[in-house]
Design a protein around this ligand. Structure first.
Ligand code: HEM
Length: 140
């Protein structure tokens, strides 16, 4: 995703260095580390754990690839998986308010270790909140 540079531009690191995209600012490994922390949380989360397969390697790879692509990196996710179609891909899982909350809480905890500035962290979290709401398929 390209965000035009401007006063609202959030992609600046703690030293003041700016970049066109989050991916350019933090690089590919940042997403891998974020997703690793996220799935470490999922692994012990009573609401989320049973939704995911026993082996979390595949989910780690897919989510990291998707996020790298979404935030301005190479389109490797789509080369491997095709169009994201996230709503369709989440249809097999029962996602209600509790699951959405648990997912966002786990991601928020993972983001804390990411070292982003507050505006960048807010931007990323707003995106996750919107995307997660879109994926709720069993509203209570
Ligand atoms: C709302 C709560 C959510 C729940 C309970 C949930 C659950 C799941 C589960 C169980 C899988 C299957 C694991 C796998 O095989 O990869 C999955 C896959 C995935 N999820 Fe979510 N998810 C949620 C929100 C999100 C959000 C907000 C995003 C993106 C911002 C996302 C992105 C993905 C991606 C990219 C995949 C892999 C799709 C594929 O290529 O097959 N999910 N999710």
């Amino acid at each position: 995703m390209n965000v035009p540079l401007g006063r609202e531009h959030p992609w600046v690191d703690v030293t003041g260095r700016g970049a066109d995209t989050l991916y350019d600012l933090v690089g590919p490994e940042w997403f891998v580390a974020l997703v690793d922390r996220f799935y470490d949380g999922v692994a012990t989360n009573p609401v989320l754990r049973s939704l995911y397969p026993d082996d979390l390697e595949g989910p780690r790879h897919r989510l990291a690839g998707f996020l790298q692509q979404y935030w301005g990196g190479p389109a490797e996710y789509s080369a491997e998986r095709g169009h994201p179609r996230l709503r369709m891909r989440h249809e097999p899982f029962r996602i209600g308010e509790a699951e959405r909350e648990a997912w966002l809480r786990s991601m928020a905890a993972a983001l804390v270790g990411g070292g982003l500035t507050a505006p960048a962290e807010t931007k990323v979290m707003e995106y996750f909140a919107g995307a997660a709401s879109h994926l709720v398929n069993h509203p209570s």
